[in-house]
Design a protein around this ligand. Structure first.
Ligand SMILES: NC(=O)c1ccc[n+]([C@@H]2O[C@H](COP(=O)([O-])OP(=O)(O)OC[C@H]3O[C@@H](n4cnc5c(N)ncnc54)[C@H](O)[C@@H]3O)[C@@H](O)[C@H]2O)c1
Length: 263
């Protein structure tokens, strides 16, 4: 693996990194020279991502656990720092679709969405800030969604959470700019990952007769101007740019990566 890349010498962590966009990002950042803390609740898949990175000559450690636990959401920072000697970037990618329905809402699912989209990312950020400051600055990226920029009839609760993420990005960006800590978000449109299948076929989302999660994923992609869902690597490309020094004058941005959906 070529370790002289766009992230050479950087240390970072990626949450929800055993699958989808997080996995694509962890692998890409490592290929660009970063040492990566790969964080996910799925122990086996996390280990597989780390193995893939190390086999290709990169640097990574597996950190498995439940980000709903505050202690774990902090520990991921400390374990990455301990392994690699500091921290330069964080991709707070974990999230959850939450309930589709408002009438008859499942409040447990509401709480899960608030915990995984808002609370845990703030806990990790709180733990990361002193470490980024110690390096003289750094970069934090959140995963919002096009549902953080415009209403979604499929999920008003997801709107609350992802608009919240965008608000957090705006506030943190202004608060920490003087300390050279940049804070941005990527706002993916429908992206071809397991979560998109969960999203379109939630138990309370009233699957139209004859539709399967697979047909719905293609339909949802077909509604985008580019007429297809994104591939996880296309979101990872945007994440790489925003987290790297190439985006040195960009902070407080919520970047749509959505095939034109919010144009
Ligand atoms: N896929 C899409 O269409 C889409 C669009 C916009 C935004 N998003 C956002 O992207 C992120 C999800 O990424 P994805 O689509 O790559 O999903 P994915 O389904 O490929 O991966 C999600 C990962 O999160 C992990 N995870 C779930 N709960 C966890 C927990 N409590 N602690 C630690 N890890 C946990 C899972 O094990 C899994 O590996 C979320 O923030 C989601 O809101 C997704």
């Amino acid at each position: 693996m070529d370790t002289i890349g766009r992230m050479a010498g950087k240390v970072g962590l990626v949450t929800a990194a055993a699958s989808g966009m997080g996995r694509a990002g962890a692998i890409r950042f490592a290929r660009e020279g970063a040492a990566v803390g790969v964080v996910d609740i799925d122990e086996a898949r996390t280990a597989a991502v780390v193995r893939e990175i190390i086999d290709a000559g990169g640097k990574a450690i597996a950190i498995s656990g439940d980000l709903r636990q505050d202690a774990f959401a902090r520990e991921i920072v400390h374990r990455t720092v301990k392994a690699f000697g500091g921290l330069d970037f964080v991709w707070n990618h974990v999230g959850h679709p939450g309930p589709a329905a408002i009438e008859g809402i499942d409040w447990k699912d509401f709480e899960l969405a608030m915990d995984l989209n808002l609370r845990t990312v703030l806990v990790t950020t709180e733990a990361a800030l002193p470490e980024l400051r110690a390096r003289g600055g750094g970069s934090i990226l959140f995963t919002a969604s096009t549902s953080g920029l415009a209403g979604s009839q499929f999920s008003p609760v997801y709107n609350i959470a992802k608009f919240g993420v965008v608000g957090l990005v705006h506030g943190l960006a202004k608060r920490y700019a003087r300390e050279k800590i940049r804070v941005n978000a990527v706002c993916p449109g429908p992206t071809d990952t397991p979560m998109l299948r969960v999203f379109v076929a939630r138990p309370d989302s009233q699957l139209p007769p004859g539709e399967t999660p697979e047909t719905l994923v293609q339909k949802r992609g077909g509604q985008v101007p580019m007429r297809r869902p994104a591939q996880p690597e296309e979101i990872a490309n945007a994440a790489l740019f925003l987290l790297s020094d190439e985006a040195s004058y960009i902070t407080g941005v919520a970047l749509p990566v959505d095939g034109g959906a919010t144009a």
